[in-house]
Design a protein around this ligand. Structure first.
Ligand code: NAD
Length: 369
């Protein structure tokens, strides 16, 4: 791996700093045992930044993120900042990072570790061995399209508009991420929209089809309507390898896929931007969960989602599949030995704290590495 990768660590609020501490212990282990060479800078984001600086993220921290190879993000928010003006709310810091770094592709894997099969509400045979990836377009579509908002007709009737909006480059760049990821995995891509009832769906489907023909003809491409995809995700999720879809459908389908795996404390994510001329993409890695104020400061949080987010960073920003496999394997082994934080506790398992889970993963890394 090239030396001196720059990583900006933003632990944030609530359980963010607790789970990030365990993640940094794993990074230290990688530095010592696998020559993972990186420089870390740390910054404040969310409520922590507001308390210290009066804003949810400073311009300097954003500049630091722009100059970094990857941002490792914890979580932000909590009741303490509920009354803070909207533009300074903790979430505004994360939204600014996504916007300024132009992080248009959100990757959410849904992986079921063998020892966690019992945590899902679905039958074991349906989810055992599940390993799929949902790519959600993150910076356009219904959540950003204009016009939007409430208006009034001449007769006084109130009405409200949201606009589903996509440009050709926006569809093509996220579809490319889908095809390229599929090529590195099972070589199968499902493109999901509602071409039966939406113009943007027809547009999306035609662009993905043309791109497939032109640049990725060897990838198996299937088109699916979003409602059918929701049904298929719970009926037979193992038919999917990579799914690429728009912002709205991705929001819904990725939460649906996430729950196939059982616990929010286990779910990582990556958000990727465009690649520059050297092939380097801006990227931010974060767990799916929030700051969990109900358990913050008690060493009850599961650090696995944050550690798996770091492992995604190794995979997608640093192309270090071997180290990522090692970290994922250590987590798999710890779980199969029945070591559990409270959120994934099962009968007969050994309940551990956040720090003890981190130590168990390090001990397993020592054995594997
Ligand atoms: P949450 O994800 O923080 O918590 C939901 C439930 O899951 C809670 O019971 C919590 O204890 C549990 N949980 C979450 N992560 C866990 C972990 N790692 N280990 C064990 N249990 C875990 O969602 P919420 O309660 O809706 O939101 C709390 C705060 O987090 C809010 O301020 C919200 O705005 C913010 N939030 C931030 C992000 C982010 O930073 N990306 C995402 C979602 C929510």
């Amino acid at each position: 791996m090239p030396a001196n990768k720059r990583i900006l660590v933003l632990p944030g609020d609530g359980i963010g700093p607790e789970v990030m501490r365990e993640t940094e212990r794993v990074m230290d282990w990688l530095a010592k045992k696998r020559s993972f060479s990186y420089q870390v800078s740390r910054g404040l984001v969310g409520g922590a930044a507001y308390d210290a600086k009066g804003v949810s993220i400073t311009d300097e921290t954003v500049a630091d993120a722009m100059a970094s190879d990857a941002v490792l993000f914890g979580s932000v928010g909590g009741p303490k900042w509920d009354a803070v003006p909207r533009q300074h709310r903790p979430e505004a810091g994360l939204l600014r990072l996504r916007k300024d770094l132009d992080l248009f592709a959100n990757l959410r894997p849904a992986i079921v570790f063998d020892s966690m099969v019992g945590s899902s509400t679905l039958k074991p045979e349906v989810i055992k061995g599940l390993d799929l990836m949902i790519i959600r377009e993150l910076t356009s579509g219904l959540y950003f399209g204009e016009p939007r908002g409430e208006l009034k007709k001449h007769d006084g009737t109130r009405y409200c508009i949201d606009t589903q909006y996509y440009t050709q480059p926006e569809v093509e760049r996220v579809a490319r991420v889908g095809f390229e990821l599929a090529q590195k995995r099972g070589n199968k891509l499902h493109s999901v929209e509602k071409a039966n009832v939406m113009e943007t769906g027809v547009f999306w489907r035609s662009l993905v089809t043309a791109l497939h023909k032109k640049d990725y003809p060897t990838v198996e491409l299937r088109h699916m309507y979003a409602d059918a995809c929701a049904m298929e995700l719970v009926r037979n999720p193992k038919q999917f390898d990579v799914i690429v879809t728009d912002n709205l459908f991705g929001d819904l389908l990725s939460d649906c896929a996430a729950m196939l795996t059982g616990s929010i404390g286990m779910l990582p994510s990556a958000s990727l931007g465009i690649a520059d001329s050297s092939g380097r993409r801006r990227a931010l890695y974060e767990p799916v969960h929030g700051s969990a104020p109900d358990i913050a400061g008690k060493s009850l949080a599961n650090p696995i989602a944050q550690i798996l987010s770091m492992s995604m960073m190794l995979r997608y920003s640093f192309d270090d599949q071997a180290s990522a496999d090692l970290v994922d394997g250590a987590i798999q082994n710890v779980l199969s030995k029945g070591v559990r934080t409270g959120d994934i506790m099962t009968e007969g398992a050994r309940k551990v704290s956040t720090v003890e889970m981190g130590s168990a993963i390090l001990a397993e890394l020592d054995k594997l590495g």
